[in-house]
Design a protein around this ligand. Sequence first.
Ligand SMILES: [Zn+2]
Ligand SMILES: [Zn+2]
Length: 268
Amino acid sequence: MLIGAHVSPAGGPANAVERGVERGCRSIQIFNQSPRQWKPTVYDDEKVAAYHEAFAASDVDALLIHAVYLLNFASEDKAILEKSLASLTASLRAGAALGAVGVVLHPGSALKESEGCALHLEDTAGAGGTLGRTFEELTTMIEGAGGGKRLGACLDSCHLLASGYDIRTPEGLSDVVDEFDRIVGIDRLGSLHVNDSMTKLGSNVDRHANLGAGELGRKGIGAFLSEPRFEGLPCVFEGPGASGKAVDRADIDNAFKLRKQGLKARGG
Ligand SMILES: [Zn+2]
Ligand SMILES: [Zn+2]
């Protein structure tokens, strides 16, 4: 499993690789534009080349780009719809230029099929009737968007628990992954977010906790990080982070430790 962190790309995406290396990451996730602003960032050739050079020289093996939260494809407002499309297109282009595993999107409604870079629809906690809180809804959206090969899913451990999937034990998680496979198809699973949850099973409230310090606990996070069908996928901790500011090296070290404990608990 490619454990990693959400990091800042300030100064260019090569710096994001550097921040990943500093934290001992095997994967990184970035916003390719300011998360609360519309203006898309376009990386020039120099920045892209610097990124590829840094990436090749590092132990980071996967990049995810998180689309900004403003995107709303269910909006009735044409201007918002147009800005959403322009922003997502820019993210997909950046993803293609940087060789990202995928662009992760909190789903709104039907989308056009992506080009050049995979698009991973993330499961949600289900607050306020948001789409994507069940595997049935994820598959409906993937099929509604054309069902192409580049459309996939990103599963977030915190959102799974908050939306009512009991993944607190290896057995519980295994059943949930079986269900995902039956409804969406395991081949669609492109990326993972590992976050603990401050809120209880089925709360429909999305509040991330540090790994092992929430309702999933050390056992639940260990199970998630050692699930055999998740092997090889990028798995990013998004925060808050033990320092209270950002995800640090200590958080990633903790993630690797919890994975080890998870593997041991499975008899591995
Ligand atoms: Zn997430
Ligand atoms: Zn979340």
